[in-house]
Design a protein around this ligand. Sequence first.
Ligand SMILES: Nc1ncnc2c1ncn2[C@@H]1O[C@H](COP(=O)(O)OP(=O)(O)OP(=O)(O)O)[C@@H](O)[C@H]1O
Ligand SMILES: [Mg+2]
Length: 347
Amino acid sequence: MSWEHVSSGKVRDIYRLDEDRLVLVTSDRISAFDVVMAEPIADKGRVLTALSAFWLERLRDVAPHHLLSVDVPAGAPSALGGLGGLAGRVMVVRRAEMLPIECVVRGYLSGSAWAEYRRSGTMHGQALPAGLRQSERLPEAVFTPSTKAEVGHDENISFDQAAELVGVETAKLAREISLELYRRGAAWAAERGIIVADTKFELGFIDGELAICDEVLTPDSSRFWPVEGWQPGATPPSFDKQPLRDWLEETGWDKTPPPPALPDQVVAATRRRYVEAYERLSGARLADWPPTAGGATAEADGGADGGVAYAVTGDAGAEAVGGADGGVTGAGDGGADGAAADAGERR
Ligand SMILES: Nc1ncnc2c1ncn2[C@@H]1O[C@H](COP(=O)(O)OP(=O)(O)OP(=O)(O)O)[C@@H](O)[C@H]1O
Ligand SMILES: [Mg+2]
């Protein structure tokens, strides 16, 4: 089996196994203010992979998903040797026809949504109640899509603009799936002391069905706030890159490459937050990931021999969506179910 390089993003390297399957390799690279730092954050790729696999399994009744296996297929290119081992950072997925939008859901008013609200009292063009404060919980979670910019920042768009890009029916289904994923994920996280302020999903068609792709509810695709640090009117310390961003701000760096070299303690603090997010949300130890370390099967066809197999196209299709909302209510005692997401602006 050979891996054919398809593309490399700031964080992931993507390879093609065959017509139907891709390998997503998540590196330990970290970006802040859209610039990739020179120093890797040890274990970050494993955290993002483990957390995505955790959520995809847990939320599989909401919609089908792309994950086939987290075992490392044979034939990895030697160029990937520099990543410090592939085990635990690889997802073999069904190749999907990706929607050209980012499916952002916001439960709290932050980031670009806060900026727009402050300017015009709206969020993605939609009116919001007056008098909301920064980081305030929204009356209900809102689907706030954005474009997927090839270069530069993603742009916030209205639901109608999203419908123009993907068709009304698909946009409605994407909204329904995204809101349900958010509500369920946010309720789960709130019980574990983490507010999902916002998050971004990427959906695509697999065998004609809209499926959950990419990474899911990770510190890179979401704003995670510790429940105890949240207070409307201020920006809570985020659960992920906050120590890094704080430090970068203090240096007075102008946010153009090259970034300053990161001190060891900033790298270590960042790593701790990623690992803690995973361990709190999943209830598992990162040390136990991947589940079959060493014994992985080379087959990525969903065979369950030794490896962990993920049912791809779920048994429950779109009709399962919207069946169970409610997840969010009663989530945190602070009343925090919500989450909203900011796609490109922070990464
Ligand atoms: N099942 C899938 N089929 C096809 N493409 C996918 C699938 N899952 C994820 N992708 C795509 O793979 C890419 C993931 O790579 P990565 O996150 O590194 O890059 P990015 O998000 O495009 O850019 P960056 O992270 O640099 O801002 C995304 O473009 C995503 O849309
Ligand atoms: Mg991405």
